[in-house]
Design a protein around this ligand. Structure first.
Ligand SMILES: [Fe+2]
Ligand SMILES: [Fe+2]
Length: 400
């Protein structure tokens, strides 16, 4: 196997392990800042697997590889000397951060190595892939370092405070410190989710992908995020919408993914449905005299002594002529009072006589409707708002 291919397999194996490292630790971190760190780990895990590993796989395949060396997870540690390090259960945030700074540094070295090797072979495509991933790894490392420094300064501040508290317990200074400490803790607990620096960076990087060949990958990343952390996805979605405007195609795509977006689509759908229902009620109200005339016919056709089979045939015929309509409810009620089962299968193969007779009976009902509709004007706006249906169309065609 040539060196470049070997390096790509080593990098791929490291990506899988790095993904796993973030993915498995993100939910078991303990200590301050664990929520923020866990969020970043989630994002990083998405990057490692869905972006970096995928890019490497794509490139290996383009280079004619069939991925055999990497097919078994057992082979992963054999492909690289940067072996996976296990964190102890309940690992502190700081432990996890320090370990991952190390592995990100190793990743940076790896991609620098790949860039050099690819350029030596004048393989610009592989070099470019490695450069793109390298940027992410540098971003990962920087973010981890920022976290480490934050935690460091928090820790130092706490040590100072603790010393203060030890020395002067019971003094006004101590009480003041305690009050401030409690205030801070209380505030931390109710802190609403807002757009953090980290989110801003992520939004920037996502926006820089929009309109480029990386857009679909950016979208996939967002899908992943929406699955693992819907609140985060919402916050970033709002920002993206603000930046691009709600009519932007990419915003519309994300809208179908982000829970916030889905909610607004659902709301719009519910609103539309409510408007349609209202419009239908309005139409039925206006068509009431016609419905009453038809209802009288229905009592005649279905109310008297009639066999169950004939009843069902007429019901089905009426339904096929008018579609779903309120008159059917009336027939269902009559069927109930007669103990007829409308879901029963009626023997097929009607004689022409039976067929004609059924049709005639049903026509008497529709004629009653039509005659009465001639004098009725249905509300125009409601007609355009109502969901179109066979019955609404029938009312429309036959009214004034
Ligand atoms: Fe990576
Ligand atoms: Fe990374």
């Amino acid at each position: 196997m040539d060196t470049l291919i070997q390096l790509l397999y080593a990098a791929l194996s490291e990506e899988f392990q790095q993904f796993y490292q973030y993915f498995i630790t993100k939910d078991i971190l303990t200590g301050q800042q664990r929520h923020a760190v866990s969020e970043s780990f989630t994002d990083f895990a998405v990057d490692e697997l869905h972006d970096h590993a995928q890019k490497l796989i794509d490139r290996l395949i383009q280079l004619g590889e069939k991925l055999q060396p990497i097919q078994s997870p057992m082979s992963w540690p054999l492909l690289t000397k940067n072996s996976f390090k296990l964190l102890s259960p309940n690992c502190s945030v700081l432990d996890a951060i320090l370990l991952n700074i190390e592995t990100e540094e190793a990743a940076i070295k790896r991609y620098e190595e790949i860039i050099t090797a690819a350029e030596a072979l004048n393989d610009q495509t592989t070099a470019e892939v490695a450069r793109q991933i390298l940027l992410d790894e540098q971003e990962h490392k920087q973010e981890l370092i920022d976290f480490r420094d934050d935690i460091d300064s928090l820790f130092k501040a706490r040590v100072n405070s603790l010393e203060l508290s030890k020395a002067r317990k019971g003094t006004p200074e101590y009480n003041e410190w305690l009050r401030k400490y409690k205030e801070k803790r209380g505030a931390a607990q109710v802190e609403p989710l807002t757009l953090t620096e980290h989110d801003k960076q992520r939004v920037e990087s996502l926006l820089s992908d929009v309109g480029t060949s990386r857009e679909s990958r950016a979208r996939k990343k967002f899908v992943r995020l929406a699955e693992v952390n819907p609140e985060k996805a919402d916050i970033r979605f709002k920002e993206i919408k603000e930046r691009l405007g709600e009519d932007h195609n990419f915003v519309k795509t994300l809208e179908r993914i982000s829970p916030e977006g889905v909610k607004s689509i659902d709301e719009a759908r519910t609103k539309k449905k409510e408007a349609q229902d209202k419009a239908r009620e309005e139409i039925f109200e206006a068509a009431k005299p016609a419905l009453e005339a038809a209802s009288k016919e229905i009592k005649k056709q279905f109310g008297g002594s009639i066999s169950e089979d004939k009843f069902i045939l007429r019901f089905e015929k009426l339904q096929s002529v008018l579609g779903q309509n309120p008159l059917l409810d009336q027939i269902r009620d009559i069927a109930k009072s007669k103990n007829f089962d409308l879901s029963k299968q009626v023997p097929v193969g009607l004689s022409w006589k039976q067929e004609a007779h059924t049709s005639m009976r049903v026509r008497q009902i529709t004629n009653a409707l039509k005659n009465s509709l001639k004098d009725i004007t249905l509300p125009k706006e409601a007609l355009s708002n109502a969901k179109s249906s066979q019955f609404i169309d029938f009312l429309k065609e036959n009214s004034k």
